[in-house]
Design a protein around this ligand. Structure first.
Ligand SMILES: [Zn+2]
Length: 83
């Protein structure tokens, strides 16, 4: 029984810390509003443009997805270059 607690308690503390961190991050982001505009550069055609970032209620992180208005390339978080 003791061995169980020695494993269970640290694991529970770590999970608790991760969840608390995620909630704190979510609350900080929410203070910025549910949507905002960022100026980005398209990785395909290098054109600058404004892209809207949206925060959906059920998502812990904002959605970085924008279709380039010049070349129709879908820009996602991995190639999101904020200017
Ligand atoms: Zn483009």
């Amino acid at each position: 029984m003791m061995e169980w607690l020695e494993i269970l308690v640290p694991v529970a503390l770590i999970i608790g810390a991760i969840v608390a961190g995620a909630i704190a991050y979510r609350n900080r982001q929410r203070e910025r509003g549910d949507r905002w505009t960022e100026t980005i550069r398209c990785p395909e055609c290098t054109q600058r443009q404004d892209a809207e970032v949206t925060f959906l209620d059920w998502m812990p992180f904002p959605a970085y997805a924008h279709q380039c208005v010049y070349c129709q390339y879908w820009i996602t978080e991995s190639d999101w270059e904020r200017l």
